[in-house]
Design a protein around this ligand. Structure first.
Ligand SMILES: Nc1ncnc2c1ncn2[C@@H]1O[C@H](COP(=O)(O)OP(=O)(O)OP(=O)(O)O)[C@@H](O)[C@H]1O
Ligand SMILES: [Zn+2]
Length: 636
């Protein structure tokens, strides 16, 4: 059978504009959809907006427009946002679509005819924010636990869905399908909830009080409760009951949600499906919250970060990368712009960006700007091929387990391996010796092929950057590369002309931005140390050093390894990675203490210490010269 994949996001409630939380769920769905398409699976990705209910009627009223006009406005904000974040949904559903309304009525009729909907009297505490009744037991100090507001007491006759009838079935289904709700903590949460007897679900609202909703097909004085309407989008969006999409995709449905809407998705929805005679979805995948200062980012609170602000400031791929790398799917994360910048600088500008620019510029220089031909990749060069296969398998597992941060860690492990391989192989030395030409070609080819593999691996997360890398490799149709084409090592065609490209991820100078805002008062300089004699000073040998190479020390946030020339070649390690990108240093003349006792830093022997000082904004600047000094000269 053909492999198929169906992923949905919640349909977002149109009572306010989209924020980073909505962007996260939708980008995760996009990453999954892209991954499955690149794996050759037939894929459908659905998102949309939820437009009925009290809260929208209220918000519209406040803005002085009709609910439909209000919903149109906010819905288009969501619809227009997604392409700007490179989100590739196949359809955008609105619960005000005629097709959707028809489907909701079909399902209501079916469940009603089966005897699972009855008319009854109800009284209780109703929270408008939650749009549901609360039992007294659920309230905290008489208030809604989510909204901290006092609910209204309401007495109403309404229609009820006999949810209780399906409680035992649901418990059994969850127990038989351990992955039905995941990660496990949320499965346990639903099971815990099901330990208490389920109450029937009130699924109507009298039109006398609220008319903004879908009319019940069996009583036109009532509209449908917003959850009973909204959840059905997952099947109306793929043309239930007769559409080919429904037949193809419903059997593999995967829902993505945050934990706030676990109960409707984990309990209402499967029992609704069961009552309507429809198979349950395959998986409910639940993630945690993005918090700001430890409270949930939410429209109602207003503590929101706008996705487009971040995209405009730092670039789309950096934003997508950060969201997927920072959050462990299932757990909460807190958002901070500082952690964002740290990741972009260390992992994107340094690790990935440098690898791409080093490899392509070496290929330009040593291989006349074309992919070299190699007969067979052997020996040490197998490491890159072998790592590719291992990482491919790890990424596959991570996608299956929704551990996106681990997928990225595996890919970054590969990037680290490639960066170390360059240092070990020293292509610049191979290039000096004609007899080593074959070896040089092998090294450069392996690195270019590694870039092709990395580009495909990152493409679900960072589609724009992946394409740029593939174009730099001279690949004319980047869209033809996929998880199938990287399974064969050596598929990169010799002779392709490399294309020069701009830096993928420019470093962000965050400190100077915040410094401008904070206006910190600098600490006074420390007191001068006690006198020393000239003879004592003379013992210190200061020299002009020219930096030949610079690279990040793996797993260290601060250290750079420098190869320097002081008349002889030496390696020194300096704690300046936060202030200098390696490429800013190469070719620069600096001052080092040449006779300081060697020290080992992160396993690397440093022979000499570079001199540096503070700038006014707290960063570091290395000592340099205003005229070109002689390399190795004594500093007096
Ligand atoms: N802070 C958040 N962290 C992660 N995802 C979020 C966050 N806020 C919203 N979402 C996403 O949006 C869905 C809820 O959509 P909704 O339109 O109710 O947003 P909301 O901001 O939580 O609204 P409200 O504050 O009015 O309850 C969640 O299930 C999740 O997919
Ligand atoms: Zn509430």
């Amino acid at each position: 059978m053909e492999n198929t994949y169906y992923v949905t996001t919640p349909i977002y409630y149109v009572n306010a504009s989209p924020h980073l939380g909505h962007a996260y769920t939708t980008i995760v769905a996009d990453v999954l959809a892209r991954y499955h398409r690149l794996s050759g699976h037939r894929t459908f990705f659905l998102t949309g907006t939820d437009e009925h209910g009290d809260k929208i009627a209220e918000a519209a009223d406040k803005s002085g427009v009709t609910p439909k006009a209000y919903a149109d406005r906010i819905s288009s904000q969501f619809r227009e946002l997604w392409p700007k974040l490179s989100v590739t949904n196949d359809f955008f559903i609105r619960t005000t679509d005629a097709r959707h309304i028809e489907t909701v009525q079909t399902i209501l009729r079916k469940v009603y005819d089966a005897g699972d909907i009855y008319f009854g009297h109800y009284e209780g505490f109703y929270c408008v924010g939650c749009e549901r009744f609360y039992t007294e037991k659920e309230l905290v100090d008489g208030k809604c636990p989510d909204h901290q507001t006092e609910p209204e007491f309401r007495k109403e006759s309404n229609y009820f869905f006999r949810m209780s009838r399906y409680q035992e079935w649901l418990i059994a289904h969850i127990k038989e399908h351990p992955d039905f709700i995941r990660p496990e903590r949320y499965r346990n949460e639903v099971l815990a909830f099901l330990r208490e007897p389920l109450e029937d679900l009130c699924i109507s609202r009298p039109k006398a009080r609220l008319s903004w909703g879908i009319t019940l097909p069996f009583d036109e004085n009532y509209v449908t409760y917003v959850w009973f309407d909204a959840l059905i989008n997952y099947i109306s969006g793929i043309d239930y009951p007769d559409g080919e999409n429904f037949r193809t995709f419903w059997p593999v449905a995967e829902h993505l949600i945050a934990k706030d809407i676990l109960k409707p998705h984990g309990i209402y929805w499967p029992t609704m499906l069961k009552a309507a005679g429809i198979e349950p979805y395959s998986h409910l995948n639940v993630h945690g919250y993005w918090n700001v200062d430890s409270s949930k980012m939410s429209k109602s609170i207003g503590n929101v970060v706008r996705p487009l602000d971040l995209k405009d400031k730092y670039g789309l791929d950096a934003f997508r990368y950060y969201l997927l790398r920072e959050m462990v799917f299932g757990l909460d994360s807190s958002f901070s712009e500082e952690s964002f910048v740290l990741r972009v600088n260390a992992e994107l500008a340094n690790d990935l960006g440098n690898l791409v620019s080093r490899v392509t510029s070496m290929a330009m220089k040593f291989c006349q700007g074309a992919v070299p031909a190699v007969t067979e990749v052997t020996g040490a060069d197998r490491i890159l091929a072998d790592t590719a296969f291992r990482v491919l398998a790890e990424v596959k597992t991570s996608f299956r387990e929704l551990t996106f941060h681990k997928a990225l860690m595996s890919i970054w492990d590969y990037i680290g391996t490639a960066n170390r391989y360059i240092v070990e192989q020293e292509p610049w030395n191979l290039a000096k010796d004609q007899s080593k030409k074959a070896k040089l070609d092998e090294v450069i080819y392996s690195l270019l092929e590694t870039l092709r593999v990395i580009a495909v691996l990152i493409s679900p997360f960072m589609p724009g950057s992946a394409e740029k890398i593939l174009l730099q490799l001279g690949i004319a149709h980047p869209d033809r590369e996929n998880f199938g084409t990287i399974r064969t090592w050596g598929a990169l065609a010799p002779g392709l002309r490399l294309q020069r490209g701009e830096a993928l991820f420019p470093r962000i100078d965050y400190r100077s931005e915040t410094a401008a805002v904070e206006q910190k008062i600098p600490a006074p300089p420390p007191p001068i140390k006690p006198e020393v004699s000239y003879e004592d000073f003379e013992k210190i040998d200061l020299r002009v050093a020219r930096i030949l190479e610079a690279e990040i020390v793996p797993k260290s946030a601060k250290l750079l390894k420098l190869k320097i020339d002081i008349g002889e070649e030496r390696t020194v390690v300096a704690g300046i990675a936060k202030d200098y990108a390696p490429e800013q240093l190469v070719g620069k003349s600096i001052v080092i203490v040449a006779n300081l006792k060697p020290a080992k830093l992160m396993g690397i022997e440093s022979r000499g210490m570079l001199l540096a000082t503070d700038t006014t904004d707290e960063g570091i600047t290395v000592l340099s010269f205003d005229r070109e000094p002689r390399t190795g000269a004594k500093v007096r």
